[in-house]
Design a protein. Structure first.
Length: 93
């Protein structure tokens, strides 16, 4: 994992969302959960909430808590609850 997620966050904080998203897409671990969460954070910061939800959904169950938080923040509480319940159900099996 290393420092890559921090690099993405710093680039986003500097307003370099597009460049950070390109960098994430070309990273060797671009399909990993931790890069996906960094990408979702960039998208959220850029106001691209639907895209962030899509990214987080594609990395379940690792991204379940972040996805539930985002959905609840967007007023989609029932969806957030479903994500948490699904994670609990899969953890129990």
């Amino acid at each position: 994992m290393g420092l890559f997620p921090l690099r993405l966050a710093l680039m986003g904080a500097c307003g370099r969302h597009g460049e950070a998203l390109e960098l994430a897409g070309s990273h060797a671990d671009a399909d990993s959960w931790y890069v996906a969460q960094g990408v979702a954070d960039l998208l959220i910061d850029a106001g691209r909430f639907d895209e962030a939800v899509t990214v987080l959904r594609s990395h379940l169950p690792a991204s379940a808590s972040r996805l539930a938080w985002l959905l609840a923040s967007l007023g989609q509480v029932e969806d957030a609850i479903a994500v948490v319940q699904s994670r609990r159900a899969s953890a129990g099996s």
